[in-house]
Write a protein of this length. Structure first.
Length: 328
């Protein structure tokens, strides 16, 4: 790569895809768009590549990464897929659902990517991430393409703001359509465990599986609670975040939802409405862009209107709670 090559290249440009493949084959990592958020991808079977992801993100290396596959065929080569997991893949792939399955010993996935667990989170995303995994013939390990603990990126510019100078290439596929990370589930004997709410709603999973969908209780036997995205303080902007605001103070910014704004809004420092019409899908797509926009030292206080906890609202409220959590 020449030094003056632009780091952001069009994901629809075959030459850019070629460069991305070359980098992945050489054990480098590349930022790649998906329908949920941008991912920082490396060949999951290449320890150097996976290590570069952790280095670029500044992420603790004991946290497992999602492995992205082009189809159920590759999923089956990597892990044991029980019938219910298979039904969920058939219903939601390609899409915003990650399914935790038991790893096959001969999968070739580097233990750094799975944090040494005997399970792997598998997802087949829409678009270029899957195309790259297919062309490579290997799964792509990819966390969200941001510095650890910060807001997940939903645009190439957003990735560049976080990781410029730390990674060789960002493929630009435009704004992420879903805007929150994938839903993570694990099939249990008599129910589906919802490990992280995300772009596919709890209700949709219950309907497709015919099983109850339960949030596991936090405990030592549950490795996910120690991983990023599950840490209590995460996605944090610089300013203090106040949730379920029924009114706005004059020194606050307002993150709004729906057509009816709370008392005091006309005196607020600024307003970002996630969805003026009150559409949860639109609000999810706009969430991380809004959090990134208010992540400025000059913005000290942020009030967030209540968001209904149904459908994609569950994922939105989960991320907002983490953004508002006490920091260290
Ligand atoms: O939409 C998404 O999921 C995005 C895009 C890039 O695919 N990725 C993403 O990755 O959000 P990340 O690393 O930010 O979050 C991955 C989550 C972590 O919380 C981790 O604990 C969980 O997936 N995870 C991965 N493998 C797991 C496993 N074997 N068991 C339990 N949880 C796992
Ligand atoms: Mg993340």
């Amino acid at each position: 790569r020449k030094i003056d090559d632009p780091i952001i290249r069009d994901a629809n440009d075959p030459a850019a895809i070629g460069q991305a493949l070359e980098l992945l084959r050489a054990g480098q990592c590349v930022a790649v768009p998906t329908e949920t958020v941008y991912g920082l991808a490396a060949d999951a079977t290449n320890g150097d590549g996976v290590a570069r992801i952790f280095a670029a993100k500044g992420r603790p290396s004991f946290n497992p990464l999602i492995c992205h596959v082009p189809d159920m065929g590759m999923a089956d080569r990597l892990a044991f897929i029980d019938p219910l997991s298979e039904a969920l893949m058939a219903a939601f792939w390609p899409g915003a659902l990650t399914i935790v399955c038991r790893l096959r010993e001969e999968s070739g996935i580097h233990p750094l990517a799975t944090a040494g667990l005997d399970t792997v989170g598998l997802r087949s995303p829409v678009g270029v991430m899957s195309a790259l995994a297919r062309a490579l013939g290997q799964p792509l390990a990819a966390p969200s393409a941001n510095k650890s603990g910060r807001v997940s990126p939903t645009s190439a510019a957003h990735v560049a703001a976080s990781l410029e100078g730390r990674i060789p290439l960002i493929l630009d596929g435009g704004a992420a359509r879903v805007g929150v990370e994938s839903t993570i589930v694990r099939v249990e004997a008599d129910h589906i465990a919802l490990l992280r709410p995300g772009g596919i709603s709890r209700g949709a999973i219950a309907q497709a599986s015919g099983r109850p969908v339960r949030t596991p209780s936090r405990g030592a036997s549950n490795p996910i609670v120690t991983a990023p995205g599950q840490l209590t303080s995460h996605y944090a902007p610089t300013g203090a975040v106040r949730l379920d605001a029924e009114h706005v103070e004059p020194h606050e910014w307002l993150i709004a939802f729906g057509p009816r704004l709370p008392e005091g809004h006309d005196a607020a420092r600024g307003i970002i409405n996630l969805s003026p019409s009150g559409d949860l899908r639109e609000a999810a797509a706009n969430l991380f862009g809004a959090l990134a926009a208010i992540d400025r030292p000059a913005i000290r206080a942020i009030a967030v209107m209540p968001i209904p906890d149904e459908g994609l609202g569950e994922a939105i409220n989960d991320r907002l709670k983490r953004a508002a959590a006490p920091r260290d």
